[in-house]
Design a protein around this ligand. Structure first.
Ligand code: ARG
Length: 580
């Protein structure tokens, strides 16, 4: 395993500080904000001087003199009030990159203390078509799942299916209204079931008696009445099959297919624990927990058990936490769920703490913003319909097709190959459009440009990879082999420094659970490569050593981009056809 450039420099900084008897906590440096001036910068001398009541420039000068003894730096200068600007030698950068190029993980370091992390990024509801809202949870969660695994954590992705609430009772009630009983339920497919749900929903909105009926049936279902359970099992199975198809199309994967229903028994335990601990009370027939006893309560109380004996969304989440901690030994639980549920999670985390069901377990809600259309309203199809995932994938494929030659136009590429390519690019376009935005902010789905082969898109990066693949094939034909990296042109140096940031970037994405950091970096790296390749020919380069060095750089960048797309859950293609 190699250490990243940033880590090595930070080590050298810390060592210099220590040797000078200075507090090494100020030794941290980072990639320079002014690449025209320096490669790395350290602003620590300013804070240190303040603490020690000394002159910052003098301290900085002392550190600079020490660092200059190291031959990895060509220049260390003190600028402004006491900034340290560090410039690295080409040999040092090249040496580090050379090591990255021979490492199967491109030099990315693994965690030294693996954790068991449970990720909650599903939450689709049985009998409801999946829409773009579910897209974000799945796409972000899948990326985080891959990043966490890569770093070396034990990761468990749980779909946490909504299969247990009132909607289930509503559908059963609607079927009984139509058929007289539940005997025909087993013959219904997903479309029919979704249709029942829509009708039930409309009816319950208007009709109090219908709502009451649905409520009673839900309670009986949860109580285990056989007839309802059997019918429900069919609803659940058909829904899961449909949901799996959607997730498969997006290459979003789960290790566990637990649903809210699986938490039912544990919900009873939660109520019991709350009673035993004396933290719950009866309020109008319902058992509640007051989360905050202060005069101005910040968090409203939660209902654990309704007066009819039913459990709530809060109880289900608490029970699920208990199961994840007891059965899965979770040390960290991350929720990728719509921002609008942030109060719910604040309440759940507080209640979990009071119940003592997850001691020392880190729980975080990574709330994401909404996907909107160009009009700023929730994203719809062109004719105003709900944008289901299926619709979105279809739309994306049409867009991608516009940039590609038709089947038969390019020798060796028939309909099946083209279709496969279109599919991988279309999914990459959808996912990247989502992942390039940071999780917390919502975004406008850019219908015009999201699937273009240039601009900040998934296809652009896939294309950059395919282009390097083509360079590698041509180089092989000309017997150019990989060689020792030597940085001569400024564009080579710029690319080398960019590539050297890989480890730091992936670690930042891991620590912040923020895939957009990787998406951003992949895009910039592809762009910098493009600048490099314009200035530094490979196949046409006559100097063999130079060609071999550049080939190594190109292959490394290809490997990095493939790795990054893989972390984002996006496929890389060996070849990508583009309409001329
Ligand atoms: N099914 C829920 C919904 O549609 C989302 C579930 C999110 N996960 C959780 N553990 N609460 O709103």
């Amino acid at each position: 395993m190699t250490a990243s450039l940033e880590k090595i420099i930070n080590q050298k900084m810390a060592q210099a500080f220590n040797e000078l008897g200075l507090d090494a906590k100020f030794a941290q440096c980072k990639t320079s904000d002014r690449p025209d001036l320096s490669d790395f910068q350290c602003n620590g001398a300013l804070a240190l001087a303040k603490q020690e009541h000394k002159n910052p420039r003098e301290i900085a000068a002392m550190i600079a003199a020490k660092l200059e003894q190291e031959n990895c730096f060509t220049k260390v200068s003190v600028d402004g009030p006491g900034f340290l600007n560090l410039n690295l030698s080409n040999e040092f950068i090249a040496e580090n990159l050379q090591q990255m190029s021979t490492d199967k993980d491109c030099g990315i370091t693994k965690t030294s203390s693996p954790q068991t992390v449970v990720l909650d990024y599903g939450g689709p509801n049985a009998a409801k078509a999946m829409h773009v809202g579910h897209l974000r949870a799945g796409v972000i969660g899948e990326a985080v799942r891959r990043i966490e695994k890569f770093i070396g954590n034990k990761v468990i992705g749980d779909v946490h299916l909504g299969d247990w609430g009132t909607p289930m009772g509503m559908i059963l009630s609607e079927i009984i209204a139509a058929d007289g009983d539940l005997s025909k339920t087993k013959s219904y497919d997903i479309d029919q079931i979704t249709e029942f749900y829509k009708r039930a929903n409309a009816r319950c909105k208007e009709d109090e008696t219908a709502r009451e009926k649905a409520r009673i049936i839900t309670a009986k279902l949860q109580d285990g009445v056989a007839e309802y359970r059997k019918a429900w099992e069919h609803l659940r199975k058909v829904s899961v099959d449909a949901i799996k198809q959607n997730y498969d199309a997006l290459d979003v994967n789960f290790d566990l297919w637990w649903g809210e229903s699986d938490a039912h028994e544990t919900c009873k335990e939660i109520v019991k624990i709350a009673e035993e601990k004396g933290i719950s009370e009866l309020d109008d027939g319902a058992r509640i927990i007051r989360l905050d006893q202060s005069e101005k309560p910040k968090l409203p109380p939660i209902i654990l058990e309704k007066s009819d004996g039913g459990f709530t969304y809060h109880t289900t989440d608490l029970a699920t936490i208990k199961m994840r901690v007891d059965n899965l030994k979770a040390q960290e639980i991350c929720y990728f769920v719509d921002q609008r549920q942030s109060l719910h999670f604040e309440q759940v985390f507080k209640a979990a703490e009071m119940l003592g069901i997850a001691p020392n377990v880190k729980m975080t809600h990574y709330g994401f913003g909404t996907v909107n259309g160009a009009d700023g309203k929730p994203f719809k199809t062109r004719d105003g319909g709900v944008m289901t995932l299926e619709n979105l994938i279809k739309l994306s494929k049409e867009k991608v097709q516009d940039s590609m030659p038709a089947a038969g136009e390019v020798e060796g590429y028939g309909a099946a190959e083209i279709e496969r390519m279109v599919e991988q690019i279309a999914i990459g376009a959808i996912k990247f459009q989502d992942l390039k935005n940071n999780t917390a902010s919502g975004y406008v789905f850019d219908m015009e440009d999201f699937a273009k082969f240039d601009g900040k898109t998934g296809p652009y990066i896939q294309y950059a990879i395919a282009r390097i693949n083509s360079i590698l094939r041509k180089a092989a034909e000309k017997n150019i082999t990989l060689g020792k990296i030597k940085l001569t042109l400024p564009q080579e140096r710029e690319l080398a420094l960019k590539a050297s940031q890989l480890d730091a970037v992936v670690w930042r994405a891991h620590l912040e659970k923020e895939p957009s950091i990787i998406a951003d970096y992949a895009y910039t790296l592809a762009q910098v490569f493009s600048g490099f390749y314009n200035a530094a020919p490979i196949v046409a380069e006559e100097n063999q050593a130079l060609a071999a060095s550049r080939l190594t750089l190109a292959k490394l960048v290809r490997d990095i981009l493939v790795l990054l797309l893989n972390l984002l859950g996006i496929a890389s293609l060996e070849v990508m056809l583009k309409k001329s």
